[in-house]
Design a protein around this ligand. Structure first.
Ligand code: PLP
Length: 427
């Protein structure tokens, strides 16, 4: 390692929980792809490694307690049912809601679908308008778009250059015909905190509409809690809190008038009829444990992520002109949408292969489109094309921050020189 990196620690205070770090297993190889031993993973807003404490809690529910919680007639099923109930209780306590306000799903995408499709398809629905912030995750935006066939009109709430919903317009648009308003609390691409949530909640509630908060990233970065956010429904996920994949929760508060959802999976009537199918108990146990750890360690986690972010940004900005989307507004720590002018982000990512970052959100990278979030914030195509997301996580170290910043800066400067030479040669 370069001597200028030696002042930076090679250990994370959380590293003992992440003994499955990819760079500790350089031999991992599958389908012709091998993980380089110097890999630096900076894509924690897409997926996180499993905390070994959580794995330990999950393991018995895969090996020795394998009953189906729906079959309570024998001790194996009964024990599974207790496990499921305890997980539900842990989650409810963790965010300050009631036990029966938690519905388990397989992913945040499913939870968002259950909410939107469930509202739209309920036979007793009277309202037909859904308002959505322009910077929502695609599992909200595309799902709402697909509801036209059910007579739902979707209106997009524009955001300003800082990613904040235009609340004056929102106040005008939210009316007695509005079923739901959707706005996430921390954006998955920029980390920007939606400061208009309290206003949106109060406009929605004054017209009898509900506020849905996709809190997947907000909870993972210690921002979201029932006591601070007046939501009616919310989505939470295990995948971003070091708790494995395959479990998420849709929180539906009991309120008057009741929020009525039409189930999307029908069958044995699990989850009080809202989501049939044998619950993925090990994953749910992981989600509950992950949420508890995230909640109890939130101050240390936030502090560490902010510390790493500042090492990364000062090292990078000391070497190259780069912009951070939303740098003048409140953001959760560790999610950065960076833009390096005149450097194509895809080329940069290709040339810094052992640094795992993403161009926009993970789900979007499967499609060759530029970030809808940046476009909604008024950025031109050119700017969006030179933007990429760095998302820092608990296993990262100070030394990794410095190495990543140095490599990104050096590669970007190189790419700029190459493209200048190329355009001179063409002229
Ligand atoms: N909502 C937000 C804010 C997200 O960041 C993500 C994934 O990154 C999702 C929903 C969808 O999560 P999943 O792909 O696990 O269903």
């Amino acid at each position: 390692m370069n001597s200028t990196h030696s002042n930076f620690s090679k250990h994370s205070p959380f590293s003992s929980w992440f003994n499955a770090q990819p760079n500790k297993h350089p031999q991992q190889r599958f389908g012709g792809v091998a993980l380089p031993d110097n890999l630096i993973y900076l894509d924690h807003a897409a997926s996180t490694p499993l905390d070994s404490r959580i794995l330990e809690c999950m393991t018995p529910w895969m090996t020795t307690i394998y009953g189906n919680p729906a079959n309570r007639l024998h001790p194996m099923g009964e024990l599974a049912e207790h496990g499921l109930a305890r997980a539900r209780q842990q989650i409810a306590e963790c965010i300050g809601v009631q036990f029966d306000e938690v519905t388990f799903c397989s992913s945040a995408t499913e939870a968002n679908n259950l909410l939107l499709r469930g509202l739209a398809q309920h036979p007793l629905r009277k309202r037909n308008k859904i308002l959505i912030s322009a910077t929502e995750h695609s599992s909200i935006l595309t799902t709402a778009d697909a509801l036209k066939g059910f007579g739902i009109e979707t209106q997009i709430l524009p955001v300003d250059h800082h990613g904040q919903v235009d609340i004056l317009l929102a106040e005008k648009l939210i009316d007695e015909n509005t079923l739901a308003v959707c706005a996430m609390d921390a954006n998955n691409e920029t980390g920007i905190i939606q400061s208009s949530l309290p206003a949106l909640a109060s406009f929605a509630h004054s017209k009898g509409a509900l506020l849905h908060v996709d809190a997947v990233q907000g909870f993972a970065r210690a921002h979201f809690h029932n006591s601070t956010t007046s939501f009616d429904t919310a989505t939470l996920s295990a995948a971003k809190i070091y708790a494995g994949k395959g479990a998420a929760a849709l929180i539906v508060k009991k309120k008057h008038p009741r929020i009525r959802l039409c189930p999307q999976l029908t069958g044995g009537g699990h989850e009080t009829g809202l989501r049939s199918g044998t619950p993925n108990l090990p994953a749910i146990i992981g989600l509950a444990e992950g949420m508890q750890l995230q909640y109890s360690e939130r101050r240390d986690r936030l502090h560490y992520l902010s510390h790493l972010e500042s090492i990364f940004t000062s090292a990078l900005l000391g070497q190259i002109d780069a912009r951070i989307a939303g740098k003048d507004v409140a953001r959760v720590p560790g999610i950065l949408m960076l833009q390096i002018p005149n450097v194509n982000a895809m080329k940069l990512i290709e040339n810094t292969k052992f640094i795992c970052v993403s161009a926009g959100s993970a789900c979007k990278t499967l499609q060759a489109t530029t970030s809808h979030v940046l476009k909604a914030m008024g950025q031109e195509e050119e700017e969006a094309l030179s933007s990429f997301r760095v998302s820092i996580g608990l296993p990262n170290t100070e030394a990794e921050m410095k190495i990543a910043a140095d490599l990104i800066a050096a590669t970007a400067l190189n790419l700029r020189t190459e493209s200048a030479v190329w355009s001179t040669a063409k002229n």
